[in-house]
Design a protein around this ligand. Structure first.
Ligand code: SAM
Length: 183
């Protein structure tokens, strides 16, 4: 079992719903690999697309010293929001995203679980990659065949150089893309 998965289940995160098995895979296999070595030192996490806040509360409980920032186009947050800051706005609004990056960044981890639309994923990635700390990691969830998000895989390969991607390592997992800032 995975403590990260258990916390998501406990807090009612959509990622832990029985029908989203692909997300259980991130929670059980991918996130522990990146999160566990940085559990105590992680100070700031951003999640884009927070719904009722289940995943934010789960990460808050997992990372004892982290402050969490959540973005969503709607506010449906519930429960205990200690160490959590919510900012309402759209992930495809460059001005809004840049202001969040400037005001709340830099981040140890950014998790994008918003609209899952290709154009939005692209804007959000371009705005928020610079808001990572050196060594920080940006995850794009649900890059999957059920929506147009899988285009992002191809786009990243094609634009690797144009995006100066040598500044980042890119990890391709099933339905999940991760960028680690190197410099
Ligand atoms: C899959 S849910 C997030 C689930 C949450 N991370 C969890 O695990 O419990 C997706 C969220 O993205 C939000 N969303 C959709 N379009 C958005 C946009 N353009 N900007 C910001 N948030 C958006 C929705 O309102 C919804 O709350």
């Amino acid at each position: 079992m995975s403590e990260i998965f258990d916390l998501h289940l406990q807090h009612g995160s959509i990622k832990a719903y029985p029908k989203y098995k692909h997300a259980h895979y991130y929670l059980r296999s991918v996130y522990p690999m990146f999160f566990e070595p940085r559990r105590a030192t992680t100070a700031k996490i951003l999640e884009v697309g927070v719904a009722k806040g289940g995943s934010l509360r789960a990460m808050r409980d997992y990372f004892p010293n982290a402050k969490l920032v959540g973005i969503d186009i709607e506010n449906h947050l519930e429960g205990d929001l200690s160490r959590i800051t919510f900012v309402q706005g759209s992930q495809n609004d460059v001005e809004f995203m840049t202001s969040v990056a400037n005001e709340h960044g830099p981040f140890d981890f950014i998790i994008e679980d918003g609209s899952h639309l290709f154009d939005d994923q692209l804007i959000t990635t371009q705005c928020m990659l610079p808001a990572l700390k050196v060594g920080g990691i940006y995850f794009v969830e649900d890059v999957n065949p059920n929506n147009e998000g899988e285009k992002l895989f191809e786009h990243v390969k094609e634009y690797y150089v144009r995006w100066k991607m040598n500044q980042y390592s890119v990890f391709f997992f099933p339905w999940l893309l991760a960028f680690q800032r190197n410099t």
